[in-house]
Write a protein that binds this ligand. Structure first.
Ligand code: NAD
Ligand code: UDX
Length: 463
């Protein structure tokens, strides 16, 4: 099947950038991204591409090029499903907050709604592509919904997980390490796989396009995220041991990373990983393993999350202990709120949990993040339901620049590794703070010696 029209359900951090790149690289394909969220679609259609709802380096330029040509954002979900030969499902699959599997399993209600909507609307054969990260064997459930419509339409389900990381989404999409496509091993399944291979091969070389069975593809995505997160928890575990022994975790990471079997990436000790994926996907993996009675497998992976929670808590405890065991009414300045640099996404950011702990200790938090609004920060805190919104408003303030946020602070905590933090006039910041002036560098990005020579008391992770 030659694909000329694609629809993507879900205009979020994955659907938006992924479809923008497909549209840019495949001008012969009309790509329509649909969402129930009217505001989100209105933002994607904002005449000024700088105002699109997701900040990713390079994304606004691609949207500016393709939008209105062969890239469209719309709330008309039925129409887009009806017209497309290939439908990507890229809706959110958060951790369940209710019922069986609460706090562990992936909530598939949005996926099921999409499947039912496709089943209701489709009048011609379609290829349905799972772009969302899903538990292994979800394709079976989707197929069962689609095959029971009684209208004779044939569906092929493919799994095509997305490996982009936020902050580098555009370069990851343009130069992926690999594209993974899982499908049925039948003739029709292979035809569907080839149709999607043809889309990607407009810009990705064939040897990087991997095809597998559906279950391997679904499980590879959970596995990749579990392995990546495990590296971070492993180095973070070592960071605590470094602090006790005089070893320096940056030196340890460098030393082990030069072993070509280990490799240097993803070994940065930090205040803990955040983001919408790692925790959710590992919890889901743990849940799946438990549901098959594989308790040792489940416990093994759960430890990655336990270690990460410990790392976040350890950071806030260290701030309290170092500040003479009390932060009550002290101003603690946070540099960064996003879960990593170069994104405005704050989902599961370590900053939220550290702030929550410190507010419990009655600290006043003043935040500067180059891309995150105060209302988003307050929403993140409200979501934890630790205290009332009014109390959060009293406890947290946000500023338009870092110098204002740090003025009169007792301590600064670096929560996100934004590059600009390294270039500040740290002497000016020091002069405006209470003394002794403490820095807790949760990302190990600042020059400890330089800060200490200014007069700061510097605390990094793992040294
Ligand atoms: P998101 O919350 O940013 O976007 C999902 C969008 O889907 C929302 O705008 C929501 O309104 C929309 N939606 C939900 N149900 C809908 C429906 N029935 N019809 C139309 N629209 C609907 O989520 P995201 O970060 O883009 O993640 C999407 C999926 O991709 C998840 O499964 C996630 O695990 C996976 N993933 C995310 C990343 C990442 O970096 N964020 C990377 C790889 C994979
Ligand atoms: C992750 C995966 O990398 C990506 O392949 C998948 O598609 C989605 O989930 P993302 O969460 O966007 O991507 O960002 P990532 O770069 O993986 O960082 C996740 C968290 O780990 C961030 O909070 C980051 O600061 C932290 N991290 C990363 C570390 O603490 N140390 C590291 O060495 C690397």
């Amino acid at each position: 099947m030659k694909i000329t029209k694609i629809c993507c359900i879900g205009a979020g951090y994955v659907g938006g950038p992924t479809m923008a790149v497909i549209a840019q690289k495949c001008p012969h394909i009309q790509v329509t991204v649909v969402d129930l969220n009217e505001q989100r679609i209105a933002d994607w259609n904002d005449p000024n591409p700088e105002n699109i709802p997701i900040y990713e380096p390079g994304l606004s330029e691609i949207v500016a090029e393709a939008r209105g040509r062969n890239l469209f954002f719309s709330t008309e979900v039925d129409k887009a499903i009806d017209e497309a030969q290939m439908i990507f499902i890229s809706v959110n699959t958060p951790t369940k907050t209710y019922g069986k599997g609460k706090g562990m399993a992936a909530d598939l209600k949005y996926i099921e709604l999409c499947a039912r909507q496709i089943a209701r609307v489709a009048k011609q054969n379609k290829i349905v592509v799972e772009k969302s990260t899903l538990p292994v064997r979800t394709a079976e459930a989707i197929k069962s919904i689609l095959d029971n419509t009684g209208n004779g339409v044939q569906f092929q389900i493919l799994s095509n997980p997305e490996f982009l990381a936020e902050g580098t989404a555009v370069t990851d999409l343009l130069n992926p390490d690999r594209i993974l496509i899982g499908g049925d091993t039948t003739e029709e399944g292979e035809e569907a796989i080839n149709a999607l291979v043809d889309v990607y091969s407009n810009w990705v070389s064939r040897d990087k396009i991997l095809t597998t069975n559906v279950w391997s593809s679904e499980l590879s995505k959970l596995t990749a995220n579990a392995f990546l997160a495990q590296r971070i928890s492993s180095i973070n575990a070592m960071s605590e041991l470094c602090e006790k022994t005089g070893a320096d975790v940056n030196e340890v990471a460098r030393a082990i990373g030069m072993d070509s079997r280990i490799g240097p990436k993803f070994l940065k000790a930090s205040v803990g990983f955040g983001g919408s994926c790692f925790q959710k996907d590992i919890l889901n993996l743990v849940y799946i393993a438990k549901s098959y009675g594989l308790n040792e497998v489940a416990d093994y992976w759960e430890q990655v999350i336990i270690m990460n929670d410990h790392q976040k808590r350890r950071f806030s405890n260290k701030i309290v202990q170092t500040l003479y065991n009390t932060v009550a009414d002290k101003k603690i300045a946070f540099l960064g709120w996003a879960f990593k640099k170069d994104t405005n996404d704050t989902r599961e950011s370590a900053a939220i949990y550290v702030a929550d702990d410190l507010i419990n200790e009655q600290a006043k938090i003043s935040v500067f993040d180059p891309k995150v609004s105060k209302s988003k920060m307050l929403n993140d805190l409200d979501y934890l339901e630790t205290r009332t919104s009014q109390e959060n408003i009293k406890a947290l303030n946000s500023f338009e620049n870092a110098y204002e946020a740090c003025k009169g602070a007792h301590a600064i905590a670096i929560l996100t590794e934004w590059d600009e933090f390294k270039t500040y006039d740290w002497k000016k910041i020091y002069d405006s703070m209470h003394k002794p002036a403490f820095v807790f560098d949760g990302r190990n990005i600042l020059n400890a010696k330089e800060l200490e020579s200014i007069g700061f008391v510097y605390n990094g992770i793992g040294s």
